[in-house]
Design a protein around this ligand. Structure first.
Ligand SMILES: Cc1cc2nc3c(=O)[nH]c(=O)nc-3n(C[C@H](O)[C@H](O)[C@H](O)COP(=O)(O)O)c2cc1C
Length: 340
């Protein structure tokens, strides 16, 4: 058995977390991951304000109805994500109203903005929920630590979906954070989709690993079958960073991605957000919606990581969680046996 600070504190069996993947739903996936002994994470599935608070609450209700195990959630705190302030306030309230939710919802991950507002709100009103924030570079991790977060999800540039402008790899980032902030809880994320990756993340000092693309290609995820079927044949070179709603986004190189264009600079992106062209924004959202509503993986946006190059089949969540951890244990034991 691999025991880490996270398995102990979170009360989970295996050091594996499912990464949030909004605007796609990962509720059924989160149930499967938590039931398998990892930590399932509910995604911030809505990009627009309409009905999004109710939608989020329904996902949390679904979780407590379908599992008794611990789980987490993600809130994207980007300026353009108009529902995030209400959500940050509602989450402690929902936990207070429902003791089962309070007991199980132990992990709140914020991303795509700064951690300060969530940190303040949750420290005061949900102090028994671990607050983590996504850190894509060491100078941003300094700010996360200053804000009082319990932990960091170190997410490197090889990962799928929304990325930062930083371009630092998971390999370098995890080591940097483990060295500078050994007291902070640390999750390695981005580029992990194998037992070797699990062992590597833990060996570098992470307390757990998080995987996104690997879990899309699982039998229990609610991603469209057309989406799942694209992952195994894709190679590590078949993804590209392009312009997304909150900055660069790593997508599979399909028609949409190739036509969508190069990454804007940070300044250009901020001025676009400030000018806030609603038509452009809605057009962009539609490219994601048609993937989950119709399975249109040609004209739609298909976020995946370079880990496509590691994934050659669709697996059961259970095989990923317990299978990968057991093999990671053998890898680490074998390594130790080589030390004389
Ligand atoms: C389809 C998809 C959607 C994503 N949406 C989000 C999101 O809403 N919030 C977030 O913090 N990260 C998001 N990410 C990033 C993941 O949480 C994670 O960092 C990434 O999947 C890790 O790389 P991997 O796919 O190689 O495992 C998304 C990733 C994917 C593939």
């Amino acid at each position: 058995m691999i025991k880490t600070r996270i398995t102990e504190k979170f009360g989970i069996k295996y050091p594996i977390i499912s990464a949030p993947m909004g605007p796609f739903y990962t509720t059924k996936l989160a149930v499967a991951v938590s039931e398998a002994g990892g930590l399932g994470v509910v995604s911030h599935a809505t990009l627009r304000g309409i009905n999004s608070i109710k939608d989020f609450k329904e996902q949390l209700d679904y979780m407590v109805e379908h599992t008794d195990k611990p789980f987490g959630l993600n809130v994207r705190v980007a300026r353009i994500q108009t529902d995030h302030k209400v959500l940050l306030r509602k989450i402690p309230q929902w936990r207070k109203e429902n003791p089962k939710l309070r007991e199980q919802l132990i992990y709140g991950l914020t991303s795509a903005g700064g951690p300060r507002d969530a940190g303040k709100m949750w420290k005061e009103k949900a102090s028994d929920m671990y607050h983590f924030h996504v850190g894509p570079a060491l100078w941003l991790v300094d700010k996360i630590v200053e804000s009082g977060c319990d932990g960091i999800v170190a997410t490197g540039t090889e990962g799928g979906g929304h990325q930062s402008y930083e371009g630092v790899t998971t390999l370098v980032l995890v080591q940097q954070i483990a060295q500078k902030y050994p007291e902070k809880l640390l999750v390695a994320c981005g580029g992990i989709a194998s037992p070797e990756g699990v062992a590597g993340g833990l060996a570098m000092g992470a307390d757990a690993v998080a995987m996104g693309t690997r879990f899309i290609a699982s039998n229990q995820s609610e991603f469209n079958q057309n989406y799942k079927d694209l992952i195994s044949p894709a190679t590590a070179r078949d993804t590209m960073l392009t312009t997304g709603g909150f900055g660069p986004i790593r997508l599979l190189k399909n028609k949409y991605c190739l036509e969508h264009g190069k990454v804007m600079t940070k300044d250009e992106k901020i001025s676009q957000e400030l000018a806030y062209d609603i038509d452009e924004y809605l057009k962009d959202l539609l490219a994601y919606e048609i993937v989950y509503t119709k399975g249109d993986v040609v004209d739609g946006a298909v976020p995946v990581g370079q880990t496509c190059g590691l994934i050659d089949s669709i697996l059961d969540v259970d095989d990923i969680i317990s299978g990968y951890t057991k093999k990671a244990e053998r890898i680490l034991t074998n390594l130790c046996s080589k030390i004389s």
